[in-house]
Ligand binder design. Structure first.
Ligand code: HEC
Length: 193
């Protein structure tokens, strides 16, 4: 009888221990793959943008970009098994408002930016648990480059025609008034493990 009790307690102990999945680690390999996803996502968006500006002009590019960005956001994620998008405190599209986690990281990026510590290679990764499922969340800052100013720059830098299209599609647009080198927002990735 005593043996049976010891055996049962031991089995229960082993069962409890084994059923608790341990938190996966963020390996360098995982970081490299997230970094490369963020990079190629931004490159595809930029190449669509540049091509559109060159072939049809800046005004057409606004409406094309507004559709392409969201379509690409969905398709890119599906093909890679990840959830990827761009977020910003000064968003143009209401769909790009950061969630609680993204807000925390963007605030950190902004603080680093103010202190001159934020670099193009800066990134943030954290493993989180959501209802027993582990996923890695990854953010990488996006900086303003010269070609962005046509649509995100000062009042003088954005042509009246471009302004008209933007205001029509995005009546609550906050994404103007940026300068070269400013922190524009971040690419945000979620990957379930
Ligand atoms: C032709 C005009 C145009 C140019 C040029 C342009 N953008 Fe945008 N940008 C848009 C539009 C339109 C949206 C909203 C699209 C969407 O639904 O994500 C947007 C959205 C964004 C967002 C998502 C957050 C938000 O505000 O909704 C980021 C980040 C961004 N742009 C960064 C850039 C950067 C960086 C550049 C330069 C490399 C750039 N953009 C150049 C028109 C432009």
């Amino acid at each position: 009888m005593k043996k049976l009790i010891v055996f049962s307690v031991l089995s229960l102990f082993i069962f409890i221990n084994c059923s608790q999945k341990s938190k996966p680690e963020i390996t360098e390999e995982l970081k490299i793959s997230l970094r490369s996803d963020a990079k190629s996502f931004m490159e595809s968006l930029k190449s669509v943008l540049i091509k559109e500006i060159q072939t049809n002009g800046i005004v057409k590019a606004v409406s094309v970009c507004s559709d392409t960005a969201q379509v690409l956001t969905n398709n890119y994620g599906i093909s890679k098994g990840i959830y990827i998008r761009r977020v910003s405190f000064k968003n143009r599209n209401p769909l790009n408002v950061p969630d609680e986690f993204e807000t925390k990281v963007l605030e950190m990026f902004e603080e680093q930016f103010r202190n001159g510590q934020l670099k193009p290679e800066s990134e943030y990764a954290e493993m989180i648990e959501d209802n027993g499922i582990y996923k890695v969340r990854y953010l990488k800052p996006i900086f303003v480059q010269p070609e962005c100013l046509n649509c995100h720059g000062s009042e003088e830098q954005i042509s009246p025609q471009v302004k008209e299209v933007i205001n029509k599609i995005y009546p609550d647009d906050k994404a103007k008034g940026y300068q070269m080198g400013d922190l524009r927002g971040a690419v945000s990735i979620q990957k379930t493990l």
